[in-house]
Design a protein around this ligand. Structure first.
Ligand SMILES: [Cu+2]
Length: 264
């Protein structure tokens, strides 16, 4: 039954082509980290973020932002080597336009935050800000080995493309999830209004692509997805891309670090 659903949602996906494809538009929002205290490896470190209108400097409050995938503000966070990815959601601080979040870094490095927001009436956009660490680490070497299969925490994952990723071209990615014994896994739990999320970080440490699965989304917390998931990807530029997939099962997030190359 799940397999039948899967073929159904490939078609549904093509109909909605482009809605989740990310164009690097001109941003209207600026982000700034307003603290000097570095985040600390292995510790839950608080970070304060300020969002302002780029032109007027006015604070950006939650009522100016659309809720997308259950949240008005998504923070996609990576260190310069792209090995440590975090996906968190901030809360509003007392001061208008100020936000707070907690991150627990796995490195001593500074981090970059891509603030993923959709101002009402505008396109989705990403504002960036840097979080200070004990070390800066900018320019750190990025391991550019391709990774299309990965195993961890009792699950294995595979990503396949209908054709090689190419800048400016549409591709479909298919993910397969298996459990410990190699059996196809049907138990993906909803996370942020989907069964999986993917985000691609380019090796320029600037541009990212945030990609969502095509097809049926969970309607209740009891719904389950997998073992196959389809994504629409239209990379805006060529180069190496670290492609993190995020799943939720057994009460915790699972992050899978795929890595691919996008052709010119
Ligand atoms: Cu998010």
């Amino acid at each position: 039954m799940r397999l039948a659903l899967f073929t159904g949602f490939v078609l549904a996906g093509i109909a909605s082509f482009g809605s989740d494809a990310v164009a690097q538009q001109s941003n209207t929002i600026s982000a700034e980290v307003i603290q000097t205290q570095p985040v600390e490896m292995g510790r839950r470190s608080p970070v304060q973020l300020r969002l302002t209108n780029k032109k007027t400097g006015a604070p950006i409050t939650l009522d100016q932002l659309d809720v997308v995938h259950t949240k008005p503000v998504h923070l996609l966070i990576a260190d310069p080597s792209l090995e440590d990815y975090h996906h968190v959601h901030p809360t509003e601080a007392a001061n208008d336009g100020d936000y707070l979040f907690i991150m627990k870094p796995n490195t001593e490095c500074g981090y970059r935050v891509w603030v993923d927001v959709t101002p009402t009436g505008e396109d989705q956009q990403y504002a960036t800000a840097d979080v200070p660490g004990v070390k800066d680490c900018k320019g750190a070497k990025i391991n550019k080995t391709t990774v299309t299969e990965w195993e961890g925490h009792g699950y294995s994952y595979k990503i396949e493309f209908d054709k090689p990723l190419q800048a400016g071209e549409n591709s479909m990615a298919k993910l397969t999830v298996r459990s410990e014994n190699g059996r196809l896994f049907y138990g993906l739990e909803p996370v942020l209004g989907a069964y999986a999320h993917m985000v691609g970080f380019y090796d320029d440490y600037k541009n990212i692509a945030h990609i969502h699965p095509m097809g049926d989304e969970p309607e209740s917390a009891e719904d389950r997805g997998g073992p196959y998931l389809e994504f629409h990807i239209r990379p805006e530029q060529a180069g190496f891309m670290k492609l993190y997939a995020q799943f939720y099962m057994n009460g915790r997030d699972h992050f899978v670090p795929f890595a691919v190359n996008v052709k010119d």
